[in-house]
Design a protein around this ligand. Structure first.
Ligand SMILES: [Zn+2]
Ligand SMILES: [Zn+2]
Length: 605
């Protein structure tokens, strides 16, 4: 026994002080200034490692399995995305983090010996809150011109600011209920409750919002690359941001209201409840709002930057929480550390590896009769066998892998059942069959024609007042929207010798690429345009499919037709957007749009 240079209390020989956790070869002002992370001393305090931050109670030897599980699941989601099985990949992506969290709970017996309702509560609350916020997101989903305008209020204010703030508030409310329970008085409890609730919330919200994609069948159409970026965001980047933001806010609350008085201000300004909660909200908004003006790949890169920031915040809170001082306790009998395996006195920190014993699995109460319950720090949860050299890791990985596969298989079965029947083209190309496929016009609802005239370019069109309303117009362009807001027709024109129909189509396509997820040519023979005229001028055009996506997730597939024609030096383009899932709705929107496009009058005709 000798005195620790940092805390001045007697401690045993070893690398770290068993009382304050400070390295014995250094004299620090406070032990929390040590550079080694209290839950994983081999890593730096401020290095944003994902597994040791989100799953701090995992003993060192099983971290590798978590890295394998995380990488394997991410590879599965990416492979499904590359194969363009988006509906299944979306389910797998949404459930990746919750399943990994469940594996963590199982491994380290997080709530063993504590009321079971606490774990059930966090999971159930997170899921319920995610479902409710997801349903609200669906109710507030963009319609009308906002369908293809990410700068609209529906995307920017509702999806980018209000829903993320509501999400953080809803996810925080569940754990805060547990703050009153004195059985959960460790900062690490708060961090776990927050992270688990946020993981369940993110998954439930992604599934509810993605309902439209899941309902579109096994093979939602779209380009693979933006989808893969989006899937990785849903699988890892988004849940990690929610988990670290909500987890660090909860950890700060626990530190303020549950820690010994001397440690309540250890986090400084970041530990002030209003600032911690505000920071969690700011992280969520910073993540969501970027989705409205960046492409899928850029957004993923931005989310990773925010993830690193969130992980550092959570890690600091966990570190400070674990380095609470416990100087009054006497040094106990020797235990063998579940993290490094070395034998040392039982107190607060392992003298050999410096891990905080509170960061190791809690001891199960009421063990086998006749045996002494192991001291905290020597117990490795269900990983105990592994610590003794037996390989239990494989079985857990197989369990994780098979549950993810089962989820993906169930997702695939649901998507296959929901798949619309295969369609056959009604008219073959280069074969006369009367007219282009036009749905019969509903008999009712005819309330007369309305016309619109472009003051700058002199062309005009007319539309049936019951079918369309003018959503917006300028001197060269008009946007018509269907009464339910799910169909959209934009007629635009430009004058100039250099502007060809092909150039105008290209411009419209690249504009839509920025607004919709995975815009790609629709190669289904049943969807092709049969002659793409504008007014009475022959032109060219193509059909595309894409998915409307909000910061909350991919929402619903749409079908897009872009066509253009030129006469003199004026070129007019028309863009039709219709829901892709519902063939009746889609047919009606296209037929009504066709009617308007045919009515276009060129100037001087
Ligand atoms: Zn010390
Ligand atoms: Zn140790």
């Amino acid at each position: 026994m000798h005195d620790c240079p940092t805390c001045g209390q007697p401690t045993s020989a070893g690398n770290y002080c068993v009382r304050c956790g400070a390295p014995q070869d250094l004299r620090l002002r406070r032990s929390r200034q040590r550079r080694q992370f209290a839950a994983a001393p081999r890593e730096r305090r401020n290095a944003p490692w994902l597994v040791s931050t989100l799953f701090p109670q995992l003993p060192r030897h099983s971290e590798r399995h978590f890295h394998i599980a995380l990488a394997g699941a991410a590879a599965l989601v990416i492979a499904l995305g590359v194969l363009r099985l988006f509906a299944i990949a979306l389910i797998g992506a949404a459930l990746l983090m919750p399943l990994l969290t469940a594996l963590y709970f199982y491994d380290v017996d997080i709530y063993e010996g504590e009321p079971r309702w606490a774990s059930a509560w966090t999971l159930a609350w997170g899921t319920l809150a995610g479902v409710l916020v997801g349903l609200l997101a669906n109710a507030l989903a963009p319609s009308g011109p906002a369908l293809i305008d990410k700068a609209s209020t529906a995307h920017l204010v509702v999806g980018g600011v209000l829903l993320p703030l509501l999400g953080v508030g809803a996810a925080l409310a569940g754990p805060i209920v547990l703050l009153r329970d004195r059985r959960f008085n460790e900062t690490l409890d708060g961090a776990s409750f927050g992270a688990v609730t946020a993981a369940a919330f993110a998954a439930a919200q992604a599934v509810v919002v993605g309902g439209g994609v899941l309902g579109s069948g096994l093979r939602a159409a779209g380009a693979a690359a933006p989808w893969v970026a989006r899937l990785v965001t849903i699988a890892i980047a988004s849940p990690v941001l929610s988990m670290s933001a909500v987890g660090s806010a909860c950890a700060a609350l626990w530190l303020r209201y549950r820690a010994p008085v001397s440690d309540r201000h250890a986090l400084g300004l970041l530990g002030v409840p209003a600032i911690a909660v505000g920071l969690a909200g700011a992280l969520a908004v910073a993540g969501a709002i970027a989705e409205t003006f960046t492409a899928a790949g850029t957004w993923l890169a931005w989310m990773i930057v925010l993830d690193l920031l969130g992980l550092v915040l959570l890690r600091r809170a966990v570190h400070v929480g674990l380095l609470e001082e416990a100087s009054e306790v006497a040094v106990g009998p020797p235990v063998s550390c579940a993290n490094c395996g070395a034998s040392g006195p039982s107190h607060t920190f392992c003298a050999n590896c410096g891990v905080a014993l509170k960061a190791l699995p809690k001891v199960r109460r009421g063990g086998s009769p006749g045996l002494l319950a192991p001291a905290r720090g020597s117990f490795a949860g269900r990983l105990e066998a592994e610590l003794r050299g037996r390989r239990s890791g494989r079985r857990r990985l197989i369990a994780y892998g098979s549950s993810l596969t089962a989820v993906v298989a169930v997702g695939g079965a649901v998507a296959a059942l929901a798949a619309p029947p295969p369609r056959r083209p009604r008219c073959a190309r280069a074969q006369q069959c009367g007219r282009p496929p036009i749905e019969p016009r509903p008999a009712s609802g005819f309330t007369g024609y309305q016309s619109w005239h472009s003051p700058a370019l002199g062309y005009s069109l007319r539309f049936t007042a019951g079918d369309w309303t003018i959503a917006s117009d300028t001197s060269t362009e008009v946007v018509l929207q269907a009464p339910d807001g799910l169909g959209l027709l934009t007629v635009d024109a430009a004058r100039g010798a250099a502007i060809t129909p092909a150039a105008l189509i290209g411009r419209q396509r690249s504009s839509l690429q920025g607004q919709l997820l995975g815009l790609v040519r629709d190669t289904n023979q049943a969807d092709q345009l049969l002659g793409a005229g504008v007014g009475l001028a022959a032109g060219s055009g193509s059909v595309y499919t894409a998915t409307i996506a909000s910061p909350q997730g991919p929402e619903a597939p749409v079908s897009v037709a872009i066509m253009a024609a030129g006469e003199g030096n004026l070129t007019i383009s028309a863009v039709v957007v219709a829901p892709a899932e519902n063939l009746d709705q889609k047919g009606t929107v296209f037929a009504r749009a066709d009617d308007v496009i045919n009515s276009i009058q060129w100037p001087g005709r």
